[in-house]
Design a protein around this ligand. Structure first.
Ligand SMILES: [Zn+2]
Length: 144
């Protein structure tokens, strides 16, 4: 017996979450085409990945500021500098990759909207960091 892994996707007719093993929707009884179901489930997987990735990038952006503060702690300050610079470089790279992979995903899933919000929040949390460091650098340079 082949145990096929069931994956969930929104019914094309009523948008309720159903899974790929069904031949009709358990909510609205709309007939489900297996190929269409697999395609929809693949999109759903992408939506889930987009959502978790965007949350992760947002946390990375927050992490950049945590390291920013760690810089002020005696003895471990150097770890703060390193962590801050790594995240300052990584966050925009991750955002570009996210945009390329998930930005144009065709779906009406609200999680995709939430993922896009997280992407925007990540950017807004991140952007003051390079601006602040840039300004600090300019101020220091003008005194040198
Ligand atoms: Zn349905």
């Amino acid at each position: 017996m082949i145990t096929e892994q069931l994956r969930s996707f929104p019914c094309p007719k009523c948008n309720e979450l159903i899974n790929t093993g069904m031949d009709k929707c358990s909510y609205c009884s709309a007939p489900i085409d297996p190929a269409e179901a697999e395609a929809a489930a693949a999109v759903q997987d992408q939506v889930n990945k987009a959502y978790s990735d965007a949350s992760f990038i947002r946390n990375m952006a927050v992490g950049g500021w945590v390291f920013f503060l760690i810089r002020y702690i005696p003895f471990v300050g150097i770890a703060g500098w390193i962590g801050m610079f790594i995240l300052m470089v990584l966050v925009p790279i991750k955002l570009v990759v996210w945009q390329a992979r998930f930005g144009r995903l065709k779906t009406t899933d609200p999680d995709h909207k939430r993922a896009k919000t997280n992407r925007n929040v990540a950017f807004l949390i991140w952007i003051p960091l390079p601006i602040l460091l840039g300004l600090a650098f300019l101020v220091l340079a003008s005194f040198a």
